[in-house]
Write a protein that binds this ligand. Structure first.
Ligand code: BGC
Length: 938
């Protein structure tokens, strides 16, 4: 070879190697970047909410989720919090840099940075490392702002008009305004305000936010809530106007016999920061003007709103408006002890529904049918001469003649009146009322209305939907539909009993355990945490809790089953959302109540009960409550098991909080109660408790109170009762119904649970469906009973049905040992004639999916497990060898680890995060239940 060519070749060779290296390096880098990108945390939450505004909690908590991927687990995280967006972009965590923390925790990580300042804005992001050590990219930035942290931060004063018409509960709305000049460019403007009872804020004629019926209801005068909103973009350099409309809400009580907190009032503080670093406050003070002579001439939550469009005040919230005829506001007394920041999602118009039919039932009287029972109001479209008064009346059902049936609304007039201003198309909807309805009657409409004249506006807490359920049985799907709508219709900053009659209270017993089912499809953690605050605010110094919270009706009944919500709900939020904070926050309230009630315990038995097994199916279709002693469960059979369960929960909370003495005491008390209860009420020969109602058996079985050697006998007694006396129909009211479906299914008779749920004759959920219900009724005989207490939209009789659908039929269940679905237990029930079930639930860790189909001997099960969690699954076959995942045998399938299971029992496996497609060739539908009733242990 030519000597001079050799070095050239060598150089070329080196260059080629370098190029290959470079390509490989780039490929590796790109792979790394894309791996990092695909690891990037999402769904960032501060204090359980996305980018919350105005929190007044000094120790917010941070939550995120990881994108799903096979086997993905978090091994470490780092949180950065900065005081400006720029600092965060430069990775300068001047408020908090957690550093790399070796932990798999991704839900409710505690803040550990510098003290947060009142009104401050904060920006944060997080990155994680997976188990293989790969580091993610930083998440997209999220933010939050603080509210006013100290009472002394409030410079504004309460203003209003402490007088009005005294002989009505339906005042005209109050319109308030204030002009001000901003002489420099605005950098940031935050407003903090509480307009009680309900309010709408305007800036320069523009409505602020989409929230309605705000602020949230609260225990006046103990606590009021204030909103925080950013106004930066709505303010002008120069003249500005602020406007506020105040409605009555519950503050000015809608009825004489309810707790009344006073006349509507306002406190408002607008903090403006200018670009030059200076700041100013615009405050509610005596420079504001007020009129009661606006278009909302009357407003009452139960009775409706009257609006005279001829009295509209054009330009009332524009600078330069002539308010010389308005009166000066008065300084009024502060309404209560604490002004707290809103910590829940707002109420909004969440959906609009077009009517499905319109009928003229008499000349000029039109009935519209929305096809769905909703909570909200209607938007009216109309054109006609000025002064024409159109009346809208609302009802849930119709009489046999096709007229509105309003008897069950009791004194609620549920009537809106709109007076036209004339001169063109007019569109109006009320703002300070709420109706529960499916049908609307319109009278005095100018001309003939059409289906377009009316739109149903669904109003309620705007909660993310985090679950769905569907199966092959259309009746069950219809029942599920009714459940979801009933729940949705009864959220309005508190969970209410009903939304149509003159009641709409936060009855504790209705939600104590039923609320667990709701968490599968609505992200209601913040709502229920707030309700726990209402409960604590209602508590008397001796520990007694009102059965209605906020206590607008004062019902301090000294009973167990309703007030137990104060103990049950913290545990429910912990299990379902991984909320560790809630137990710590509400332990004292629960403990105080427990100690109070212990004063009523005699020899291990508590008899304090007021409501009985509320609304159990009565013998006579006209009755509200049964009078038949053989159907009625006596007080001690309700109060004692419930309290026993409460003590067990208290014990677990005490352990969680490191309160060993409390834990021991509650454990011992529970044991005393269990022994006393069985001694007094259990017939050891027959397994019957007391008079043998289904509820008297369901509770001790649900709470594991039955002596183990008699468990089967007691269960068999319940089964015989339901299949004999009750002919496979529901035989419980609200209290027994909270556990019925699970007790039957988890003790080996899911077939009986299935038979009960699929009945279409009285009593049952299917009976409601057959009778055209689109929500769940208050009474099993809601179509025939006395209207004095007979709502068509009450969630309490759902009992544990929604829980059963998700946990038992679909098989998606949290493990209380690793709450919030950090570990998932999956054990579906392929029962009855079901050929498929499909459900998903979005947990704090991400999406969980369970979809099974069966055909002949084959059972196919599609499962998705979110990153950073794990699952234990039970397959309905005892044959691991004829089961595959994605066509691979189970011993080879990635992410699947077989667990030793009982001989002849279901195949059990531990799953890593990921997607699975199991096929069981030897499907055995009986595996999860024994018709002969023998106990099965997993
Ligand atoms: C409510 C119920 C509540 C009950 C208790 C009823 O009027 O609507 O939901 O639990 O009273 O007494």
């Amino acid at each position: 070879m030519n000597k001079s060519i050799t070095p050239i070749l060598l150089i070329l060779l080196l260059l080629a190697i370098l190029a290959v290296e470079l390509v490989l390096y780039h490929a590796k880098k790109t792979r790394q970047i894309s791996e990092q990108a695909s690891l990037t945390p999402t769904e960032l939450r501060c204090d359980d909410l996305k980018n919350p505004v105005g929190i007044d909690f000094q120790k917010p908590m941070f939550t995120w989720a990881l994108p799903p991927a096979q086997g993905r687990q978090q091994a470490a995280y780092q949180i950065l919090i900065a005081s400006s967006r720029n600092s965060l972009a430069q990775n300068n965590g001047d408020v908090w840099d957690s550093g790399k923390v070796n932990s798999s925790q991704s839900v409710q990580v505690d803040f550990g940075g510098k003290p947060l300042s009142s009104g401050g804005a904060y920006f944060w992001k997080v990155r994680i490392w997976d188990a293989g050590g790969t580091m993610s990219q930083w998440s997209a930035p999220a933010d939050w702002t603080m509210g006013l942290l100290n009472a002394s931060d409030w410079k504004a004063k309460w203003i209003g008009l402490d007088e009005g018409i005294t002989n009505t509960r339906s005042l005209p709305a109050r319109w308030l305004r204030k002009e001000f000049v901003l002489s420099k460019p605005v950098e940031r403007a935050m407003v903090y305000y509480s307009g009680l009872g309900w309010s709408e804020l305007y800036v320069n004629s523009e409505r602020v936010g989409e929230h309605v019926l705000s602020p949230p209801l609260s225990q006046y005068p103990k606590r009021e809530y204030y909103q925080t909103c950013e106004l930066t973009r709505l303010l002008n350099s120069g003249s500005n106007a602020l406007g506020m409309v105040l409605g009555n809400g519950r503050f000015f009580a809608p009825r004489m016999n309810a707790a009344n907190a006073g006349y509507p009032k306002l406190i408002l503080q607008l903090h403006v920061e200018f670009s030059d670093g200076t700041a100013t406050n615009i405050l509610s003070d005596d420079s504001w003007k007020l009129t009661t002579n606006g278009p909302v001439t009357a407003n009452n939550e139960y009775d409706g709103e009257e609006y005279d469009a001829r009295k509209e005040i054009p330009g009332w919230c524009r600078p330069g408006f002539d308010d010389s005829k308005w009166q000066a506001v008065e300084f009024v007394s502060a309404p209560g002890e604490v002004l707290s920041a809103v910590r829940q999602r707002p109420i909004r118009v969440t959906q609009e529904i077009k009517p499905v039919t319109m009928k003229e039932i008499k000349p000029g009287v039109y009935i519209f049918d929305l096809g769905q029972n909703i909570a909200g109001w209607c938007k009216l479209n109309v054109k006609g001469p000025a002064g024409t008064q159109v009346t809208l009346r609302y009802a849930e059902t119709l009489t046999p003649d096709g007229e509105l049936y309003t008897a069950n609304l009791r004194s609620a007039k549920a009537t809106d009146v709109y007076t036209l201003k004339g001169g063109g198309d007019e569109s109006w909807q009320p703002r300070f009322t709420l109706h529960g309805f499916r049908y609307v009657e319109i009278t005095d409409y100018p001309g003939k209305p059409t289906l377009d004249s009316l739109t149903g506006c669904v109003v309620g807490d705007h909660l993310p939907v985090i679950g769905a359920f569907e199966c092959s049985n259309p009746l069950i799907n219809k029942i599920y539909h009714n459940i979801v709508w009933g729940v949705r219709d009864n959220y309005r900053s508190i969970p209410t009993d009903c939304c149509q009659r003159d009641e709409r209270q936060g009855w504790l017993g209705d939600r104590a355990e039923e609320s667990r089912g709701e968490t599968y499809f609505f992200e209601n953690d913040a709502l229920y945490s707030k309700w726990l605050q209402d409960i604590a605010d209602c508590q008397r110094t001796n520990g007694n809790i009102s059965s209605v919270c906020p206590a607008y009706w004062r019902d301090y009944a000294k009973e167990v089953t309703w007030a137990s919500a104060s103990v049950v709900i913290p545990g429910m939020l912990r299990d379902q959302f991984g909320d560790k904070q809630v137990v710590a926050e509400h332990y004292d309230c629960a403990k105080k109540w427990i100690e109070h009630m212990l004063g009523f315990m005699t020899n291990g038995i508590i008899t304090n009960d007021v409501y009985g097994d509320w609304c159990m199916p009565p013998e006579d279709p006209k009755l509200i409550h049964s009078k038949d002693p053989s159907r009625i469960t006596r007080g001690p059979l309700l109060a004692t098991p419930f309290f026993y369960n409460d003590l067990g929960l208290m014990q677990s909370y005490a352990l969680q909080l490191g309160k060993a003495d409390d834990a021991e005491r509650y454990g011992k008390l529970a044991k005393t109660m269990k022994d006393a209860f069985n001694k007094q009420f259990l017939n050891r020969d027959t397994g019957q408790y007391d008079n043998g109602t289904p509820t008297s058996s369901v509770l001790p079985l649900a709470f594991d109170m039955v002596p183990p050697e008699l468990h089967y006998r007691a269960f068999q007694f319940l089964v015989n009762k339901l299949s004999g006396t009750w002919n496979n129909h529901i035989g419980t009211g609200l209290v027994g119904g909270k556990y019925l479906m699970r007790v039957l299914s988890e003790n080996g008779r899911p077939d009986l649970a299935y038979a009960i749920v699929t009945q279409t004759n009285y009593p049952g959920w299917g009976y409601m469906v057959e009778h055209d219900a689109t929500t769940v009724w208050e009474l099993w005989n809601g179509d025939t009973a006395d209207p004095a207490m007979n709502s068509g939209n009450h969630v309490m009789l759902i009992g544990d049905l929604a829980i059963w659908m998700y946990e038992n039929l679909a098989g998606i269940e949290p493990d209380p040992e690793q709450p919030g679905f950090k570990h998932i237990i999956m054990r579906p029930l392929p029962i009855g004639d079901l050929t498929f079930v499909k459900a998903w639930h979005r947990s704090p860790y991400g999406l969980i999916r369970s979809e099974w189909h069966r055909q002949g001997n084959e059972f196919d099960w599609h499962i998705e497990i979110p990153a950073n969690s794990t699952a234990t699954i039970y397959l309905p076959t005892s044959h691991a060898e004829s089961t595959t995942d994605d066509n691979q045998t189970l011993d080879k399938a990635p992410g699947v680890k077989l667990i030793n299971s009982t001989e002849g029992g279901p195949v059990a496996a531990a799953l890593e995060p990921g997607t699975y497609d199991f096929v069981c060739e030897d499907f055995n539908s009986d595996l999860f239940w024994q018709p002969e009733g023998t106990q099965f242990s997993f």
